[in-house]
Design a protein. Structure first.
Length: 441
């Protein structure tokens, strides 16, 4: 297919597809899905070899959020039966993180519900970061605390945070249909603050909320502009008790097309399969490893994931390998001196947003197609199942939660050809952080 050959060539040059080309990937038929995976897989292997980075979520504070993000089980007015608890103590968080690290994760993602942290919260999380780093040499820590005020990103960086996650989630044009208590611009501002403080920016999306192909392309191109190092791709987990509970819009093949599109648009960024992979990709999860080079190990913030052991077996069976703490995640040209995943050899930064159709992709430090990447130091959740946060306290919480006017939802039996609702695959997390039950990492 000419389209795919063109996109592979562009991906190897870090050149973005056109908007029409990105839309065309999403419009390919199920008959072509293996061709799409094979093509995007070439780009993935060129920049990341067969390595899979594992990330581990620790929900520091669960539920009770004043924000109204429609997709979120922790939102204002949610009746989902999730765990609700306030801040874990640093030693509790460190203990939770240790389970994921023992399971093979190299990054810990510290997430807290809420619009954004107070300065006291930042101090609390700083203590947690220090506790984790003291006990786990080489670990990367990403914070995901919502909208940041001036100076907070710098404080987190100084405490040892490597990265900050804040997802755009959906397109600017549809953002207010998903959330009313903060804006798309608020989110962009926080990603920029993280970037500006020298943190490795992590920002992604949620697919399956009733958006159009154009919305998906819009948000992914917007992410490319922001140039995050990591792009978590969430597939909506339609929690009962949230406004999007009936939004069963995804098939496994559609998820693969979305991941392929993200890979073509952000060829050299860490593309992470985030929340919802078990629910929507189901038995096709191994194919997604040919597109994404990163995933979350074990459970999510409020829902259960596949057991960590099953994740590791899947990775090995599919012919991939878990990335070690001694390996740098990002290609050398993306690694900034002093930043997350710093490689001694790296001296420049040309991010996802950088493009150069004339640039050579071969040379020192650039992995050859099909090979593993460079050696060096360590590098860097889409704290994705949450999807992101919004900024202050609950003072301005809305009287009326956001609602979304969505396309027709899938019917339970799938008799209209729409994807089947798989509520049987959605399980509220009852183990790990905030409980006395061991996690599944
Ligand atoms: S996504 Fe974050 S800010 Fe939005 S409702 Fe959930 S916890 Fe609150």
């Amino acid at each position: 297919m000419d389209l795919l050959n063109t996109l592979v060539d562009k991906g190897l040059r870090r050149e973005p597809p056109t908007r029409d080309e990105a839309l065309a990937v999403l419009a390919t038929s199920d008959d072509d899905v293996l061709d799409v995976v094979a093509a995007a897989g070439r780009v993935r292997r060129h920049w990341f070899g067969r390595r899979v980075k594992l990330n581990y979520l620790v929900n520091l504070k669960s539920g009770l959020c004043p924000e109204d993000c429609s997709y979120c089980s922790q939102r204002l007015g949610s009746t989902a039966g999730i765990l609700k608890y306030t801040w874990l103590k640093p030693e509790q968080a460190s203990q939770a993180a240790a389970a994921g690290l023992a399971g093979g994760a190299k990054r810990v993602c510290l997430v807290a519900s809420g619009r954004g942290p107070t300065d006291r919260d930042v101090a609390r999380v700083s203590d947690t970061i220090k506790a984790i780093k003291e006990q786990n040499e080489g670990v990367e820590v990403c914070a995901c605390l919502g909208l940041l005020s001036d100076g907070q990103a710098e404080r987190l960086r100084d405490a040892g945070a490597d990265a900050y996650n804040h997802n755009l989630n959906t397109s600017e044009g549809t953002y207010e249909q998903i959330t009313t208590t903060h804006t798309y611009a608020d989110r962009v501002d926080t990603v920029r603050k993280a970037h500006g403080a020298g943190l490795s920016a992590c920002s992604g999306l949620i697919a399956g909320m009733g958006e159009s192909d154009a919305d998906l392309v819009d948000v992914v191109f917007a992410l490319r502009e922001l140039d995050p190092d990591s792009v978590p791709v969430n597939f909506l987990i339609p929690f009962e008790g949230t406004p999007l509970a009936k939004e069963w819009n995804l098939t496994p093949q559609r998820c693969l097309r979305i991941l392929a599109m993200v890979r073509f648009v952000c060829p050299d960024a860490e593309v992470r399969i985030a929340g919802g992979r078990e629910v929507h990709l189901r038995t096709l999860q191994p194919l997604a490893l040919h597109l994404a080079n990163s995933l979350f190990l074990g459970d999510y913030l409020t829902s259960e994931g596949q057991a960590g052991k099953a994740d590791l077996e899947m990775i090995a069976d599919a012919g991939f390998e878990v990335e070690g703490t001694g390996e740098v995640t990002l290609p050398p040209h993306r690694v900034t001196a002093g930043g997350c995943g710093t490689s001694p050899a790296a001296t420049s930064s040309a991010g996802c947003a950088s493009s150069s159709s004339t640039e050579s992709v071969s040379g020192p430090g650039v992995p050859a197609a099909g090979e593993g990447a460079s050696d060096g130091a360590s590098a860097g959740p889409g704290c994705g199942p949450c999807g992101g946060h919004g900024g202050t306290t609950g003072q301005d919480a809305p009287a009326v939660p956001a609602t979304r006017t969505a396309p027709p939802a899938a019917d339970e039996a799938g008799s209209t050809g729409a994807p089947k609702a798989r509520t049987d695959l959605v399980a509220v997390r009852r183990r790990g952080a905030g409980t006395d039950v061991a996690p599944n990492a």
